[in-house]
Design a protein around this ligand. Structure first.
Ligand SMILES: [Zn+2]
Length: 433
């Protein structure tokens, strides 16, 4: 079974597609597809036993040590347009998607106070964070952090099916699946009579006892594919690719697909009130997808959790992952070798380490001002993040100054990311007053 987010095609003619009504996601299943993803679906029972076994011990993000960091490479498959135009989306647009992922996975969604009261207690921080990789597979610093631009071999607009994309584009562009979460942004995706918005592969589970080691998923196709005009958030940037009125312009297609990448299923999987479709007891039973944002929707005689990222409501409606979903993702991150490897990947930290050792900051702890010393480097800009991965400040360095004003930050620990002409350094800073 393969998960495909798709438009419903009401006409076989391609051109008027964009005028058609959209549907968040659809199932595409055929015997071939089921065979392709058997490595995940055949082992659900074992995975559920493992989740149960670890229920008391699976660490949540209660301390800094529990944070799992996933390095991301975004392969921008474009049609030759200048950077920032059409399918060749800008670094700024990509950055907004990483910010949305970090907000959603840390339970810091700006709309989280809209979560229906009775579900607020099951919403939680997954402790999973995303960073754009700083190194390419040869260990060289990437000119654009986390971005790999590739002109589509077809030259102009192409409508590939997911199978064609998997066989024609992925193998020649994919980076080591044990080091990077590979995300492709693409022009358009054809799926039979539909246009797909995106899809994801599932994790292999060969770390579970009794599962053959040959069950390794696919190093040529593992990752997430998203249409370029569903990637990033119109709430954070003003670009023609993401119209403010678009119900899927706020980055939640990627949140949803990355949920699948870590092993989550739709709450309505099975389409029956008799089964727990996603094996997560704290997501209410449901037999149909949510649509729009009807918060009083009742399905299977119970109030529906339409705001769950793994259901189908519109982007600005979605607000939560639940504790059981988080347990499932965090268990998968331990028992799936390729997912576990991502949390130990060095494609972010080694570049940071090298540069971070050369960039010095003082005083630390600081009160109002930090000074930066970076010999033989040109300071370009800096960002300050809290430990939940939320960006608090993004500023350019003053040409004549090597100081950063931190007087508006409250006491506590933060991450300071400094971009120089030689790469990026990340420093932990403490504000103390
Ligand atoms: Zn889905």
């Amino acid at each position: 079974m393969k998960l495909i987010c798709s438009f419903l095609l009401l006409s076989m003619c391609w051109l008027p597609l964009f005028a058609q009504e959209e549907q968040r996601c659809g199932f595409y299943s055929s015997p071939e597809e089921k065979k392709k993803y058997a490595y995940f679906f055949d082992f659900q029972e074992k995975l559920n036993q493992e989740i149960e076994k670890r229920k008391e011990t699976t660490a949540f993000a209660r301390t800094e040590a529990d944070i799992l960091t996933i390095p991301v490479i975004v392969h921008v498959i474009h049609n030759g347009e200048p950077v920032g135009t059409g399918t060749n989306i800008s670094a700024a647009q990509i950055k907004t998607q990483i910010d949305v992922l970090n907000e959603d996975f840390s339970n810091n969604n700006p709309y989280k106070n809209r979560t229906v009261e009775q579900f607020k207690s099951v919403a939680d921080d997954s402790g999973i964070r995303f960073v754009l990789a700083s190194l390419d597979p040869d260990g060289k610093v990437l000119p654009e952090r986390g971005i790999h631009r590739v002109r589509s071999p077809n030259g102009k607009r192409v409508w590939l099916s997911s199978d064609e994309f998997d066989s024609e584009i992925k193998p020649s562009t994919i980076w080591d699946v044990a080091k990077y979460l590979n995300i492709w942004t693409i022009d358009s995706l054809r799926l039979g009579g539909s246009v797909g918005l995106g899809y994801s592969s599932f994790p292999n589970l060969s770390g579970l006892e009794g599962i053959p080691q040959t069950n390794i998923g696919n190093s040529r196709t593992d990752g997430v594919v998203i249409r370029h005009n569903r990637f990033g958030s119109a709430g954070k940037i003003d670009v023609p690719q993401l119209p403010k009125t678009g119900i899927y312009s706020y980055g939640r297609t990627t949140t949803h697909e990355v949920g699948h990448f870590f092993g989550l299923l739709h709450p309505f999987e099975g389409y029956s009130c008799a089964v727990d479709g996603d094996f997560c007891p704290d997501t209410p039973f449901t037999s149909t997808e949510a649509s729009g944002c009807n918060l009083s929707q009742v399905r299977c005689n119970t109030l529906s959790m339409v705001q769950n990222y793994m259901d189908y409501a519109r982007d600005t409606c979605m607000t939560l992952f639940t504790k059981d979903q988080i347990r499932r993702m965090r268990t998968v991150l331990q028992v799936s070798p390729t997912r576990l490897a991502l949390t130990q990947s060095n494609v972010v930290s080694s570049a940071d380490k090298i540069l971070s050792n050369k960039v010095l900051i003082y005083p630390n702890p600081a009160d109002r001002q930090l000074r930066i010393t970076a010999p033989d480097m040109q300071l370009k800009n800096y960002q300050i993040y809290n430990l939940s991965g939320q960006q608090l400040t993004s500023e350019k360095f003053d040409e004549f100054s090597d100081a950063i004003d931190v007087s508006r930050l409250g006491s506590g620990m933060y991450l300071l990311q400094i971009e120089t002409n030689k790469g990026i350094a990340v420093k932990k800073i403490i504000i103390q007053r």
